[in-house]
Design a protein around this ligand. Structure first.
Ligand code: ZN
Length: 141
């Protein structure tokens, strides 16, 4: 697909990021729990609650890590090295949730299907999501 009229989006459109850590079964959930603790020990992020049943556009259980732009350069490579074979979707948050999940995101591990049709193409009329870190890291990534 080539759209010659496409205007590049400025990076400033990214308010923050999400990383969704998926798990299929109890063994993967255990690894996801270890990963969650390790992230909390190393990064200033907002850890979302466990979602043991699929929610929103996600077909698998998961939890979300929300993080500010200044965490990206450290957290992404750390997840590359330490995701313990779990599938992780990292996506930016602009004002277009459907594109953020379906086009702008990157996958560590398998690419999983998403229910993109339930996501709006604009959330400009919603209150912006504010990241409120709930970790107190003590270790260097
Ligand atoms: Zn998300």
């Amino acid at each position: 697909m080539t759209d010659t009229s496409y205007t590049p989006l400025p990076v400033a459109r990214i308010a923050h990021y999400h990383a969704h850590v998926y798990f299929h079964d109890a063994a993967e959930r255990e690894r996801a729990a270890v990963l969650r603790d390790q992230v909390a020990e190393r990064f200033t992020v907002q850890l979302g609650r466990w979602r043991d049943t699929p929610v929103g556009p996600h077909h698998l259980p998961m939890y979300q890590i929300a993080f500010a732009r200044d965490q990206f350069a450290q957290l992404l490579p750390w997840l590359m090295l330490n995701r313990q074979d779990l599938t992780v979707l990292v996506h930016p948050n602009t004002d277009n949730p459907r594109r953020d999940h379906g086009v702008h995101g990157l996958w560590l591990g398998a690419v999983l299907p998403l229910k993109l049709d339930i996501l709006p193409e604009s959330n400009a009329d919603e209150a912006p999501e504010i990241i409120q870190p709930n970790t107190t890291p003590s270790l260097t990534p």
